[in-house]
Structure formats: structure tokens, C-alpha cells
Design a binder for this molecule. Structure first.
Ligand SMILES: Nc1ncnc2c1ncn2[C@@H]1O[C@H](COP(=O)(O)OP(=O)(O)O)[C@@H](O)[C@H]1O
Ligand SMILES: [Mg+2]
Length: 381
């Protein structure tokens, strides 16, 4: 850890030092000096921690900004930065922030979850995990979709680590978060403009263009949230199969729509319906991450996108989905499991031809789920 940053913590951040050091805390939320919440295992709790007053909190934020070569003041009332330990911080000052200086610190967890962890936590079924492994092996384009904190980056990290060793991977992010374990990885991070230091901005979009010229086998864009969507879609449509990214959306169809909207944000000359066709043909597999009300993070859908129908709507078919069957009365945790949805993906032949051990029967829903579907239909009738 840089000593400037450590000094900043010791001097100014002592009210939240314990929280920063507690590995069980994944996020710290400060709503003005007297109100500090934390997230633990997906649930949010209020803590007793407090800053002495607004001035003390503001000084702490100034020190943090300074330690990473940035500033926060009247003229720059918002700060978005990555701390030396990889944590991410976002700050908004009054008068925009009505509660007083408002901060969220997303802590960087060194222990990255693995595919096996996700299975153990019940976030992903064994079959779905093996199926995703196969999709990666076959070079399917995968978009991980979900809300903030739903586990997108974690999922992308896990999936990226399954990419075959022989391939060259270029990873592009706003803030280097992904730690993909692979043999041949190149990491890029964007840069913000800084007029004081005379540095210019380097965007995700710039880096995707560079990546294309650096002989990638696959490109991974950590978070697609701007006009770089169009570049990623083009990458996916031009033979860099098996590229990946995450997008902020609530379900698989929504993920396609969101990407389409982002594509159109730039000053592209491509007409909207052509963009929609491009998105539809680039998308193959969507992995939807969701944060449930019980605090659990689960993969709610693994779906295949089949293009667009004659009305211009995206066609999405669920291959696996998480179904809730109950709720533990004591812990309040949801009970349920990920089931197959009786849908065989269009590329099943590739699985057979490549002799991958995944029989067609794995796509069949369990009997209890078929009964439930029948029941639900009966009720609706
Ligand atoms: N399946 C999971 N089960 C439990 N915790 C998870 C799971 N996926 C992610 N997390 C944790 O949730 C937090 C947010 O995950 P992250 O992948 O950064 O979300 P996002 O990228 O969607 O904002 C992290 O602390 C991460 O370790
Ligand atoms: Mg993320």
C-alpha cells in the first residue's frame, strides 16, 4: 500500500478503519458524518461508526483524493477513484448531497470467487456451470447482465479464467478489477483527462480500437456503459468469437436493448434497425446475475439469443433458470434451485461434434418443475 494512502487512513479515516479492515464487509456507505452503513454477505446494516463532523469527513475525502492524485472541492464536487488496494470509491459533496458528504466504498476482495464457489453457494447449478464452460470452449460470445453489485464482475472473472490456455486475451476496463487467471492476458485500463497534468483522456472505445490491432483472440470489456458497445458488437461480429463483457440490465432481452441503446449513443451513421440486427447477431449467450431480497446473489438465467422476430423483437430462450421454491422461516433465505428449461440450444450439434460430455438430457427440466409449470398453467386457465 502506498504510504501516502496509509497515512491518509491513519490520520483521517480512523472512524471507519475497522470497517475497511474487516474482510466480511464488502461495501461501506457514508451518508454524511453521522450515518454509516455496511454491506455484509449481501445485506445492509447500520453501524455505530461516525465521523466527528462534516469537516472531518470532508478532510478524509480530500486526503483520499490527494493520495490518488486527484482532488475534490467546490469545483470538483464528485470523485470516482480507485484506491491503491483496488477498492473503488465514489464521493458526492454538498450541496448536491443533501445528507452531507456522501460516499460509497466498494471493497476489493482479494479472494476471488471460483466457479466451484458459485456452485457451492447455490448461485449456479453444476450443469449450468459445465454448460458455460462448454460455451467458452466453443467460443460463444457471452454477455453477463445484471444490476449494480449483482455479481457481474465476479461472474466475468470466473468465466474468463476458463478460456483455453492457448488463446490471447485482451481485457479492457475502467478500473482494473478483473483478475483473469490465464496464460496469455493483456490488461488495459482507461485514463481520465487531467488538465493540470496535461494528460488526455483514453476511453474504453480507444482501447477497443487498439486491442483490435494487437492480434487478440478474444476481447473482454469489463463494463460496457457507453458508445464502446458498438465496437464490442463489431468485434463479436467480426470473428473474435468468444468475446465477453458485462452490461447493466435486468433480464436477457433488456441486456440486448441496453446494448442497442448504448450503440446508438455515439454519432454512428448506422441506422437503428441495422444496429438492432448487429446486436442480435452478436449476442449468443446471456448470463443474468441477480441480487435477491434475501441478500443472495444468484445466476437467475442462462439464455440464448436467437436474433429478432418479424416484429423486430429480440428472441431469447432460457436454457437454465433459478426457481424459488420456498423460504427458510428462520434465516429468511430463499430456497430454490437452478433448473434446465426444456430448451436445447441451437449449437447442440457443436457439442456433439466436439465430443463434449454434455448429453441432451441435461437440458430437460426436472419432473417437479414440469409439474409446477403444468400447475401454473392450470391456475392461469
Ligand atoms: N454468487 C455470489 N455469491 C456471493 N457473493 C457474491 C457472488 N457474486 C458476487 N459476490 C460478491 O458480491 C459483491 C459484488 O460483486 P461484483 O461482481 O463486484 O458485482 P457487480 O460487478 O455486478 O457490481 C462482491 O463482494 C462479490 O464478492
Ligand atoms: Mg462490476
Amino acid at each position: 500500500m502506498s504510504s501516502v494512502f496509509k497515512d491518509a487512513i491513519d490520520q483521517f479515516l480512523y472512524p471507519i478503519k475497522e470497517l475497511l479492515e474487516d474482510a466480511g464487509v464488502s461495501e461501506i456507505m457514508i451518508n454524511g458524518p453521522k450515518e454509516i452503513f455496511v454491506e455484509k454477505k449481501g445485506l445492509v446494516y447500520k453501524t455505530d461508526a461516525q465521523f466527528h463532523n462534516e469537516e472531518a469527513l470532508l478532510s478524509a475525502m480530500r486526503a483520499i483524493a490527494q493520495s490518488v492524485g486527484r482532488r475534490i472541492d467546490k469545483d470538483n464536487p464528485r470523485l470516482d477513484a480507485r484506491l491503491p488496494d483496488g477498492s473503488r470509491i465514489h464521493v458526492v459533496l454538498p450541496p448536491m448531497a443533501k445528507n452531507g458528504t456522501t460516499v460509497a466504498i466498494r471493497k476489493f476482495s482479494k479472494e476471488k470467487l471460483t466457479l466451484n464457489d458459485l456452485i457451492t453457494f447455490g448461485s449456479l447449478s453444476k450443469d449450468a456451470a459445465r454448460f458455460l464452460d462448454i460455451c467458452i470452449f466453443l467460443g460463444k460470445n457471452i454477455i453477463v447482465s445484471g444490476g449494480t453489485g449483482s455479481g457481474k464482475t465476479t461472474m466475468l472473472n470466473v468465466l474468463g479464467s476458463r478460456i483455453p490456455k492457448t488463446q490471447r486475451l485482451i481485457i479492457i476496463e475502467d478500473a482494473a478489477e478483473l483478475q483473469v487467471k490465464a496464460e496469455h492476458v493483456v490488461n488495459f485500463e482507461t485514463r481520465k483527462a487531467d488538465s493540470e497534468r496535461g494528460t488526455t483522456e483514453v476511453t474504453i472505445r480507444d482501447l477497443v480500437v487498439s486491442a483490435m490491432r494487437l492480434r487478440p483472440d478474444r476481447i473482454i470489456v469489463g463494463e460496457v456503459r457507453g458508445e464502446e458497445a458498438l465496437d464490442l458488437i463489431q468485434v463479436m461480429n467480426t470473428g473474435h468469437d468468444g468475446s465477453m463483457g458485462t452490461v447493466h440490465a435486468n433480464n436477457p432481452v433488456d441486456a440486448c436493448t441496453r446494448l442497442e441503446t448504448l450503440c446508438l449513443m455515439g454519432d454512428t451513421k448506422i441506422p437503428p434497425d441495422a444496429v438492432r440486427k448487429m446486436v442480435a447477431s452478436a449476442m449468443q449467450i446471456i448470463v443474468q446475475c441477480s441480487r435477491y431480497h434475501d441478500g443472495g446473489r444468484r445466476t437467475s438465467h442462462v439464455s440464448e439469443i436467437l436474433g429478432i422476430d418479424k416484429n423486430g423483437n429480440y428472441i431469447s430462450r432460457d436454457i437454465f433458470k433459478w426457481v424459488q421454491t420456498g423460504k427458510d422461516p428462520e434465516s429468511g433465505k430463499y430456497i430454490g434451485e437452478m433448473v434446465s428449461c426444456n430448451y436445447v440450444p441451437t449449437f447442440f450439434e457443436d457439442i456433439v461434434v466436439n465430443k463434449l460430455p454434455f448429453p441432451k438430457s441435461n437440458f430437460l427440466a426436472p419432473e417437479w418443475y414440469n409439474q409446477k409449470l403444468k400447475g401454473d398453467k392450470g391456475e392461469a386457465a
